[in-house]
Design a protein around this ligand. Structure first.
Ligand code: ZN
Length: 460
C-alpha cells in the first residue's frame, strides 16, 4: 500500500520546496517533483506544509514527583503529542536513590511498552552516582540510551554534588554520551524559599522570586566549567534565563561542545501568569520558573543564532485540582511542571508567523536538530527517501484557540487557555500510518515503538 502526499511545501532546515512525497509501508519511498510520482491513495497537501514529524526530546509521562505523579500516561501523552504534530518523544527514566540504572530502564520499558501511540526513546536521570551506576552508564548506551540527565537543583531528591557531576561527566566523555543538565543552584534556592515561607510569603509567584535567573546563570556556568574540565559534551535542558543563555553562547564561541534547549512556556508565558488570583498562579509553577518578559527576546534571538538549538516542552502535567492544590499555603509543595506536549509545533509556528524564526528554523529546532542531537537521524527528523514516514501535513492558514475544553492532554487546565493561533495540524502519519486526520484520531496505543538511539550525531 502506497500513499502519495501531493503538492505540498516540503519543509527542511534549508527551506521549503513544492514536492510530492511517496510513502510505502512504514517509510518514505521517494520525494519527487510535482506530478512525477503515483500512489494507491492520495493526500492533497496543496497550500499546506509537509513537515518531518515533531520530536519532543523532553517529556515526563507518569513521572513520580513529591508523592504524586504527572497525570499523562504514556498512552494519553503520546496521543496528545500526535494531535499536535509530534511523532516522537524522548522521555526520562528516573533512577530512584538506591536503585540501579538498568532496573530503572527495565521499569520504564514496562511502563511504555505497548502503551505509546507514537515512537519513543528514553534518556536516563542519574540521581545516585556511585561506582556501580557509573559502570551501568555504558550498558545504557548499549541499550540505546546515550544521554544522562543530572540535577543541580532539588537537594535531597535528584540533586548531585559537583563531585558527583564531575565523575559522571568523566564517564560520559569516556563512552561518548551526552550529559543533560538541570542547571539551577538548588542549595541557594532552597535557602531563599525557606526564608520566604518563614516571612509569610507563600503564594505561587514566590516560586519564581526564590529561583532568580542569576542562580540559573550561575549553575549553567558551573556546569559548563565542569564539562570543560572533563571534556564531556553538555546539553542544558529547559534554558529560561538571559544569564544562562549568555553563558552558553560564550562557551560555544570558545569552541566547547555545549548545547541548549528552551521550551514554549519561556517564550510565551511570564512571571505575570504566576500572579493570577485564587491560587491560579500554581498552574504555571515549573522549574526553572517563568521569568520576566524581558528574557523572551533573548531566547528568540538564541533560537535564531543556534545558541538554543532545540525546542522541547518539559511536558510534566499536574492537575490544578488535588495536585497543584497541594501547595496552597506553601508554594514549595506545588508539584513542579506544566502541560505542553500537544502545542509545541503550533506555538513555535507562531514564531514563524511573527517573524521571529524562519520556516526552516521551525522545523530544524523542533525536529531535525533533536533527531541529530539524540541519535535518530536520518531515520527521524527529515523528509527523505528511506526515512521513517513520520509526516505532518500542516495548514498554515487555519486558526485555532487553545483550551482545556478541547485539548487531548489528560490535565484539567491549559497553560495557554484562550491563545488564538494561526496554523493547525491537518494530517499526521506515524511510520506510514495516518494517526490524525481532519476527521479525528486513528492511531492506537501500542503502535509506537521503542527507538534505540545512537550517540549525539553532532559529535560522533
Ligand atoms: Zn524535565
Amino acid at each position: 500500500m502506497t500513499t502519495l502526499i501531493q503538492g505540498g511545501q516540503v519543509v527542511s532546515p534549508s527551506g521549503a520546496i513544492t514536492a510530492d512525497v511517496l510513502v510505502d509501508g512504514e517509510t518514505i519511498a521517494a520525494v519527487g517533483a510535482p506530478g512525477t510520482l503515483a500512489g494507491d491513495e492520495t493526500i492533497d497537501a496543496a497550500g499546506k506544509y509537509v513537515l518531518p514529524g515533531g520530536i519532543d526530546a523532553h517529556t515526563h509521562m507518569e513521572m513520580p514527583f513529591g508523592g504524586t505523579h504527572s497525570v499523562d500516561s504514556f498512552e494519553t501523552g503520546t496521543i496528545a503529542a500526535a494531535w499536535g504534530g509530534t511523532t516522537t518523544i524522548i522521555d526520562f527514566a528516573v533512577q530512584a536513590k538506591g536503585t540501579s540504572l538498568l532496573s530503572t530502564l527495565d521499569k520504564w520499558h514496562s511502563k511504555a511498552d505497548g502503551n505509546c501511540a507514537i515512537d519513543y526513546g528514553f534518556h536516563m536521570i542519574v540521581s545516585d552516582v556511585n561506582d556501580a551506576t557509573l559502570k551501568e552508564m555504558r550498558s545504557c548506551v548499549d541499550g540505546g540510551v546515550g544521554s544522562f540527565k543530572m540535577f543541580m537543583a532539588y537537594p535531597g531528591v535528584f540533586y548531585s554534588t559537583d563531585g558527583e557531576i564531575l565523575r559522571a561527566m568523566q564517564q560520559a566523555r569516556e563512552i561518548g554520551a551526552t550529559v543533560m543538565m538541570h542547571a539551577e543552584n538548588g542549595i541557594a534556592i532552597d535557602e531563599l524559599a525557606a526564608q520566604a515561607v518563614a516571612a509569610g510569603r507563600t503564594d505561587p509567584v514566590e516560586h519564581s522570586l526564590t529561583r532568580p535567573p542569576e542562580l540559573e546563570g550561575e549553575a549553567t556556568s558551573r556546569a559548563i566549567r565542569l564539562a570543560q574540565v572533563t571534556g564531556s559534551p553538555l546539553y542544558i535542558v529547559h534554558l529560561s534565563a538571559s544569564q544562562a543563555l549568555a553563558a552558553v553562547a560564550e562557551a560555544r564561541d570558545n569552541g566547547q561542545n555545549v548545547f541548549a534547549e528552551t521550551c514554549p512556556q519561556y517564550l510565551y508565558l511570564s512571571i505575570e501568569d504566576m500572579m493570577k488570583p485564587d491560587f491560579e498562579g500554581a498552574k504555571f509553577v515549573a522549574s526553572p520558573p517563568l521569568r520576566e518578559k524581558s528574557h523572551q527576546a533573548d531566547l528568540w534571538r538564541g533560537l535564531r543564532t543556534n545558541d538554543l538549538s532545540v525546542v522541547s516542552t518539559d511536558h510534566c502535567p499536574f492537575c490544578f485540582k488535588d495536585q497543584k492544590e497541594l501547595g496552597r499555603g506553601d508554594f514549595r509543595a506545588i508539584p513542579n511542571g506544566m502541560p505542553g506536549v500537544e502545542h509545541r509545533m503550533d506555538l513555535l509556528h507562531q514564531g514563524v508567523v511573527a517573524g521571529e524564526i524562519t520556516l526552516g528554523r521551525w522545523v530544524e529546532t523542533c525536529s531535525t536538530t533533536p533527531a541529530r542531537m539524540f541519535g535518530l537521524y536520518p531515520r527521524k527528523g527529515v523528509i527523505a527517501a528511506g526515512s521513517d514516514a513520520d509526516i505532518v501535513v500542516y495548514d498554515p492558514a487555519a486558526t485555532q484557540t487553545l483550551s482545556a475544553a478541547t485539548h487531548h492532554m489528560n490535565v484539567d487546565y491549559s497553560a495557554y487557555e484562550g491563545f488564538s493561533l494561526t496554523g493547525k495540524v491537518h494530517t499526521v502519519l506515524s511510520r506510514g500510518r495516518v494517526v490524525v486526520s481532519p476527521d479525528g484520531f486513528h492511531g492506537n496505543a501500542g503502535h509506537g515503538k521503542f527507538l534505540s538511539r545512537e550517540l549525539n550525531q553532532y559529535l560522533n
